[in-house]
Design a protein around this ligand. Structure first.
Ligand code: SAM
Length: 259
């Protein structure tokens, strides 16, 4: 039984990290006039209302995108998407990763989204049906295994689990190795939390040993609430696009100013 709901956390500092780097990568990929495939294993509902009770309850967006919006120049791809989404859906609207992809990709590109929670899946369908994205009510890794290698071969796979099942920390690196073998030219990006319990560390050690050329990028921030176990956000990217490391450094400087 899945209980995680991203609405409590949408627009927090981890989302800003993940979404800014995702938007930058998709913008980079679309600079070339060749179609691409975008796949997400854990899509969420794509459009969030930051004035909803759940979002207000945690206050994470208030400490997140509300503070971080000024870090991005208007021409940054993440800022461009935020501007379009708030113009279309109101000032409290916040785009999840599927909607960020839909805004930056082109009609010639293919989008596949997996979401297992029936309510999140229904909301995802509602938000994304006008975009032509293919939406799967299925386990995210099963979906990715079935799709990889996709056509077109160029593209990006985002893996953004909720880590509700602690076993995820033990299985993900094997899943990523299998996906990389199937789709060795694909960019594979994994988001992970930095935890005071350090539960993420063995997974990262295994990933780094397995993929020494991948980009590992982490930012640290204060816990959302006293005693909250997440104190940062990480992205592990296989086949990182040229320039991503520079962009990540720029973003990290903004986080460091916040601490
Ligand atoms: N990627 C989204 C974004 O950045 O906007 C947020 C995704 S949220 C962190 C994780 C999502 O994965 C939740 O909506 C949850 O319902 C879904 N989920 C959990 N287990 C899953 C599974 N095995 N397969 C697919 N989706 C799953």
């Amino acid at each position: 039984m899945l209980s995680y709901q991203h609405i409590y956390h949408a627009g927090n500092l981890a989302d800003v990290h993940k979404h800014a780097l995702l938007a930058w990568m998709l913008d980079y990929l679309t600079a070339k006039d060749k179609p691409l495939t975008y796949i997400e294993t854990h899509a969420g509902r794509a459009l969030y209302d930051l004035s909803a009770d759940e979002a207000l309850k945690t206050g994470e967006a208030k400490a997140g995108i509300a503070q971080a919006r000024k870090w991005f120049k208007p021409e940054h791809p993440y800022a461009r998407v935020l501007d379009r989404v708030t113009a279309e859906d109101g000032l409290n609207a916040y785009p999840g990763s599927p909607l960020i992809a839909a805004h930056l990709l082109r009609p010639t590109d293919t989008i596949h989204l997996a979401e297992l929670h029936p309510r999140e899946h229904a909301a995802l369908e509602l938000a994304m049906s006008p975009t032509g994205a293919k939406i799967h009510l299925r386990d995210g890794f099963e979906t990715a295994f079935a799709l990889c290698p996709p056509m077109p071969r160029r593209g990006l796979l985002l893996i953004d689990p909720s880590y509700e099942i602690k076993e995820d920390y033990n299985t993900i690196f094997r899943h990523i190795a299998k996906l990389h073998r199937a789709w060795n030219v694909g960019i594979i990006a994994l988001w992970y939390p930095i935890l005071t319990s350090r539960m993420h560390e063995p997974m990262l050690e295994a990933l780094s040993a397995q993929h020494p050329d991948a980009l590992r990028h982490e930012v640290r921030f204060a816990p959302a609430r006293p005693g909250h176990g997440m104190v940062g956000s990480g992205m592990f990217v296989l086949n990182p696009p040229y320039g991503l490391s520079q962009e990540a450094k720029r973003l990290a400087a903004d986080y460091n100013r916040l601490r």
